[in-house]
Design a protein around this ligand. Structure first.
Ligand code: ADP
Length: 396
């Protein structure tokens, strides 16, 4: 394995496990700050491996690969939450510095661990239970009302591993599919189906010495279970709700000892007529709900994550414009993206395009567009248009 070459000037090497777009997007701010990134990529053509010269190939489940990768890094962080706890524990025991630390990361890896902990902290969550059989699930659904939402504790993303369950039959079929025949040993998470007003995300960063910074609470818009648009800040959000949601995210970061960026996904609800929230889930890394900050905030989430994991003072998270809209670019039929640039750039010189260097597959997140403006409706239309044009669903 080739060790990253250290630049003169005493700059540290930050190792990122996983070669996806998040690791790739850390490279821009890393270059500007002179910080060196090294990425443990799943293959040589992974999105980050194409952009970061030091990109050894290795599996994130392979302790030996992680050990030799970490040996050449000052701190290790993550592009995803799939490194098993057994692997993380082994590295930690050997003195590898990781941010977030394994004890914090558990809460983003396992939805049951997360629900138990947040409930213990008194953070508002949907009503939930653990079910090992369809009958247990039905018992809970009879109590809170059908339908309910069943989730595999680990391994889900973009709505995979989540099912809206309408009947005992649905439940039995899904449980058999996710767990095989017979009662599940560990069980699945079952939640009440929250009748939410909209989805929000509170994004914060926290450093090992405890400094924290919060971006404004945003609205995330999902289409078919995939986040397609983020509005920053969340339009019309009740200022008290914005304050308590931010406070909750900062409290979670502190109590769980999160280091780096933490995204707290929430549902906005009407609780007895007044606005409230319940927490859906946590991510401990830069997150799709924070991509707007790359262009729309004084400090973007990728720079902030680097500062946090290196325990440097955090940057100013305040927005640069009244509104920034992020539209995700999903893969369409056409595999080539570059031909679309001429039209989009000519049509809208203010649109900021980010692409991930990933192969185009239908509905895969392959990039995003940020537009900042003092006119929210215009920003949505502009960002949406550029994303749709790149996807190939509009042609002018
Ligand atoms: P993933 O880990 O795959 O992102 P989530 O837990 O975030 O899964 O769920 C995906 C989506 O499903 C959410 O963004 C939300 O739209 C919907 N969802 C999840 N849990 C609930 C719930 N308890 N009530 C209503 N909708 C839910």
């Amino acid at each position: 394995m080739t060790e990253p070459k250290r630049a003169p000037g005493g700059f540290p090497v930050v190792g990122v496990v996983g070669g996806g777009q998040l690791a790739r997007m850390m490279q821009g701010p890393a270059i500007e700050l002179g910080i060196q990134l090294s990425v443990l990529a799943e293959d040589a053509h992974a999105a980050a491996a194409l952009a970061i010269p030091s990109a050894p190939v290795g599996e994130h489940t392979d302790v030996a690969a992680l050990r030799s990768f970490a040996a050449a890094c000052d701190v290790v962080t993550f592009d995803h939450e799939h490194v098993p706890q057994a692997v993380l524990g082994a590295l930690e025991a050997e003195g590898v510095v990781m941010h977030p630390r394994p004890a914090a990361l558990r809460h983003a890896q396992d939805k049951l661990v997360m629900r138990r902990r947040l409930t213990g902290l008194g953070i508002a969550c949907p009503r939930w239970t653990v079910a090992r059989t369809a009958d247990e699930l039905a018992g809970f659904a009879d109590e809170v009302g059908w339908p309910v939402v069943a989730k595999t504790p680990r391994g889900g993303y973009d709505g995979k591993g989540v099912l809206l369950v309408h009947s005992v039959g649905d439940a039995a079929e899904w449980l058999a599919r996710v767990g095989g025949p017979g009662p599940l040993e560990e069980g699945v998470l079952v939640e009440e189906h929250v009748d939410f007003v909209r989805e929000l995300a509170a994004l914060v960063a926290r450093s090992p010495s405890g400094q924290a910074a919060a971006w404004p609470v945003v609205e995330t818009v999902q289409t078919d279970g995939i986040c397609t648009e983020v509005l920053a800040p969340a339009p019309g959000l009740d200022p008290d709700l914005a304050a308590v949601a931010t406070e909750a995210a900062l409290r979670i970061a502190g109590e769980l000892d999160v280091t780096g960026v933490l995204a707290v996904e929430m549902f906005e609800v009407r609780a007895g007529g007044s606005p409230g929230y319940v927490v859906n889930e946590l991510a401990m890394r830069p997150h799709n709900s924070g991509h707007w900050s790359m262009d729309g905030a004084v400090t973007g989430q990728f720079e902030q994550h680097l500062r946090a994991v290196l325990d440097l003072p955090l940057g100013d998270p305040r927005p640069r414009a009244p509104w920034t809209v992020m539209a995700n670019v999903l893969g369409g039929e056409d595999a080539s993206l570059y031909p679309a640039y001429r039209h989009i750039m000519a049509r809208d010189p203010g649109a900021k395009i980010h692409v991930y260097g990933k192969g185009v597959r239908p509905s895969r997140k392959i990039g995003h567009v940020n537009v900042s403006s003092d006119d929210l409706a215009a920003a949505r239309a502009r960002a949406g248009h550029a994303a749709d044009y790149l996807r190939g669903t509009v042609h002018e």
